[in-house]
Design a protein around this ligand. Structure first.
Ligand code: ADP
Ligand code: MG
Length: 275
């Protein structure tokens, strides 16, 4: 047998070029047990191709944050599976098809490849913008302070904060703090970025500067899942729009289709409220 007949994918489950960056199959999440159980995600199937931007819409309580948290292993899923870059999150399947929970260090390694930006910025208040962005690469990756500093300065420049690197969070506007949070997530060189209502806590005049940074990031080829009510952003930047209600995806497709000719009455009603 010549070497060229060996299938290239043999023994290489990770990072297949044609695998979606995110793939959720039959995803369920239940909080609590017995009579108190709350079935929050009810069989979500979603694929986000590499380099694509997926915007998730839906009313409050529909499960959007929980979905993102399952993508980042902040929540352990109840049933189904999530693969990121071809690798199953949280579990390894043995030859008999039995699932084994991965070791916490492996789970931490998976999580470190996924950046997350929250509605509230969660910056370290006692650290400058620069120190916030340097923190994880130094602490988690063991990068030298010098290399981390260089990279952090680049990233802060990229989000338009080159002149604010030595400012503390209280000295920054909400929009600036959120841009630091984005730079901080990017400092770990993630394969995937998750945004959970990143502009919802901002004064209206500060929303645009954060969306502009996200738009740049999308243009650079980053795979992004974005929960937002910013319909203009969805229309302009998303490749795919998903509408969730009551723990399930009830409509999805290209932005023009989902936003301009929604077929689901619940989506029509939702859009009438946010537009
Ligand atoms: P959304 O982001 O769309 O507003 P969430 O995912 O935050 O929705 O919440 C969906 C439902 O799950 C809500 O009813 C919420 O109260 C519930 N929920 C979220 N997190 C938890 C938790 N840790 N424990 C129990 N219930 C939760
Ligand atoms: Mg939420």
């Amino acid at each position: 047998m010549s070497a060229t007949t060996v299938p290239p994918s043999d023994g290489m489950p990770d990072g297949l070029p044609d695998a979606p960056m995110v793939e959720a199959r039959g995803l369920h999440k239940v909080f609590g047990h017995g009579a108190d159980a709350l079935h929050v995600l009810r069989g979500v199937d979603l694929e986000v191709p590499r380099g694509a931007v997926c915007v998730v819409l839906g009313p409050s309580g529909s499960g959007k944050s929980t979905l993102l948290r399952c993508f980042n292993e902040l929540e352990e899923i109840t049933a189904g599976s999530v693969h990121v870059d071809g690798e199953r999150l949280g579990y390894r399947e043995d030859a008999k098809g039995v699932l084994h929970r991965l070791h916490p260090t492996r789970i931490a390694a998976q999580r470190s490849r996924i950046g997350m930006v929250f509605q509230r910025f969660h910056l370290f208040g006692h650290q400058t913008a620069l120190e916030n962005v340097m923190e994880a690469p130094v602490q988690v990756r063991g990068l030298s302070r010098r290399a981390a500093r260089e990279r952090a300065l680049e990233l802060l420049d990229r989000v338009g904060l080159a002149d604010r690197v030595d400012h503390y969070p209280v000295q920054l506007s909400g929009g600036q703090q959120q841009r630091v949070a984005i730079a901080r997530a990017l400092a770990m060189d993630p394969d995937l970025m998750l945004f959970d209502e990143p502009t919802s806590a901002l004064d209206p005049e500060l929303v645009g500067e954060v969306l502009a940074v996200m738009k740049d990031l999308a243009a650079s080829g980053m795979t992004m899942v974005v929960v937002t009510h910013e319909i203009g952003f969805a229309r302009e930047v998303a490749d795919h729009v998903v509408f969730m209600d009551d723990g399930a995806i009830v409509e999805q497709g290209p932005p023009a289709q989902v936003l301009d000719s929604p077929s689901e009455p619940r989506l029509q009603e939702f859009l009438a409220h946010v537009l």
